[in-house]
Design a protein around this ligand. Structure first.
Ligand SMILES: Nc1ncnc2c1ncn2[C@@H]1O[C@H](COP(=O)(O)OP(=O)(O)OP(=O)(O)O)[C@@H](O)[C@H]1O
Ligand SMILES: [Mg+2]
Length: 452
């Protein structure tokens, strides 16, 4: 622009002395002044247009990031576009999956409600043609173009501007805005509309992908919650069977052996029976341990604190790791699901200490603040080593996170090489189950499974 003003001045120069022989200097000054003023005004207008353009694009980008879902995003894009061009109406039409028609997904300034089944075939009508060609389109006077527009559009707008929404070279929709008066676009406006269309198409694709991912994630979370419940049920069933069937049978065998032992006088035979009784006792003890792990009766009977102390004691006994359990008395009883999850988390964390940590000390701390329970299991071992392929097949830590997320809590694993591992979870305490007396039959059966 500066160059064209310069050329203009150069072109005028030879005529100045002829036209204004007496006041040539004044005429030259006036011309220069005119040139500077034009420069300032045109640059200002150019700057304003650019500012408007960047503002529109920036606000679409912001909305894209902030929009909760696709429909909200579409509405925002329409608001911004109609505001930017001071249009009286706007509509966003999207191509329906696996079809060759466009559906109005969002609109502003359309005072008549479109019928639910209103569709525009790609290739026909104003929007349909833009979608088919992939090029912007403009109609100056809708009333002059008769059959191309429905009466709703014809009464709603005199001029229409439209751009395709293109993603990966394909038209996924059309953005249309309309004006009450005939209004032709400038090349810059057409380019800005096109840029908005491109930006919107990208945002729509991204929002669709995020929506699909969100749905998938939710499905996976539901599935793993279901699997965890099924696993817990299955463990309970197996433990019940072991307890009621195998445990009882072993008790009967033990009883008969005892009776035989007292009735037999031969020393050799008595010795063999004693040995057999000892094997049966050890088997009963082993089965009790399995039952305890599968479905911690102690959790139901004595509560979380006793169950966790028992786990910690077991770890100390089998590995020699020094264990410390600190559970403040405010913790009290929690919702059964919460107690079970905490128990399983501590169980997995302690198993990991035994399996991987090479720790000397481990502590389990449970505290409660109002409705929030915090559990921390911390060891002073080697820490979680950098991720390797074996982690892909490890489910313990992932299971911890899943269980806790199911209850609306959060789980964090903090670990550094050589600096031990700390697992922190926070879960809502929930409502404890009303205390019920154990039915005598179950209590008796449980007692029976214990060796003397
Ligand atoms: N306390 C710990 N100290 C050191 N490394 C640990 C500790 N806990 C976990 N790890 C590391 O993190 C990995 C993942 O643990 P995770 O419990 O998920 O799986 P896993 O114990 O290997 O298998 P499983 O699925 O049977 O639990 C482990 O393989 C181990 O390398
Ligand atoms: Mg593990």
């Amino acid at each position: 622009m500066a160059r064209s003003l310069e050329l203009y001045l150069l072109a005028c120069d030879p005529y100045l002395s002829a036209l204004f022989p007496e006041r040539e200097a004044e005429a030259r000054a006036a011309l220069e002044m005119l040139s500077s003023v034009s420069f300032v005004i045109i640059s200002g207008a150019y700057f304003d247009a650019k500012t408007l353009e960047s503002q529109a694009l920036l606000s679409i980008l912001e909305e894209e990031l902030a929009a909760g879902d696709l429909s909200m995003l579409l509405q925002k894009v329409l608001d911004i576009t109609t505001r930017t061009f001071q249009a009286s109406m706007g509509a966003l039409l999207l191509r329906e999956a696996e079809s060759s028609s466009l559906k109005v997904s969002s609109s502003v300034g359309l005072h008549v409600k479109l019928p639910e089944d209103f569709r525009i075939a790609i290739g026909s009508g104003f929007a349909g043609k833009i979608a088919a060609s992939g090029e912007p389109g403009m109609v100056l006077d809708t009333s002059a173009e008769g059959g191309m527009f429905t009466p709703i559009i014809r009464t709603g707008a005199k001029s229409l501007w439209g751009v395709p929404l293109k993603a990966n070279g394909q038209s996924i929709g059309v953005l249309v805005i309309g004006f009450h008066k005939p209004y032709e676009w400038l090349p810059a406006e057409r380019e800005l509309m096109r840029a908005i269309g491109d930006r919107t198409a990208l945002a729509i694709e991204r929002a669709r992908m995020t929506d699909a991912l969100r749905q998938r994630e939710q499905k996976i979370a539901e599935l793993s919650a279901h699997l965890l419940r099924v696993q817990e049920e299955e463990r309970k069933r197996i433990s019940r069977e072991l307890h009621d069937e195998t445990g009882q049978a072993l008790m009967v065998i033990r009883l008969y052996l005892g009776m035989m032992e007292s009735g037999i006088t031969k020393r050799n035979a008595r010795g063999k029976i004693r040995e057999t009784v000892e094997v049966v006792d050890r088997t009963i003890e082993g089965i009790r341990r399995i039952i305890g792990k599968l479905s911690p009766l102690v959790l139901q009977e004595l509560g979380l604190i006793a169950a966790i102390r028992k786990e910690a004691k077991g770890l100390a006994k089998t590995t020699g790791v020094k264990t410390r359990v600190l559970i403040t008395h405010e913790v009290g009883r929690l919702a059964p699901g919460t107690e079970q999850a905490i128990y399983r988390v501590v169980q997995e964390a302690l198993h990991n200490v035994a399996k991987h940590a090479q720790a000397r000390n481990v502590s389990v701390q449970i505290t409660r603040e109002e409705q929030k329970v915090q559990v921390v299991v911390e060891d002073d071992g080697i820490g979680i080593q950098t991720r390797g392929s074996s982690h892909d097949r490890s489910f313990g830590l992932a299971g911890i996170k899943e269980r806790i997320a199911m209850l609306g809590g959060v789980a964090r694993v903090i670990s550094a090489k050589g600096k031990g591992t700390r697992i922190e979870i926070t879960v809502p305490a929930g409502e404890p189950a009303p205390s019920v007396e154990h039915p005598p039959a179950r209590a008796a059966a449980h007692a029976a499974a214990r060796p003397n």
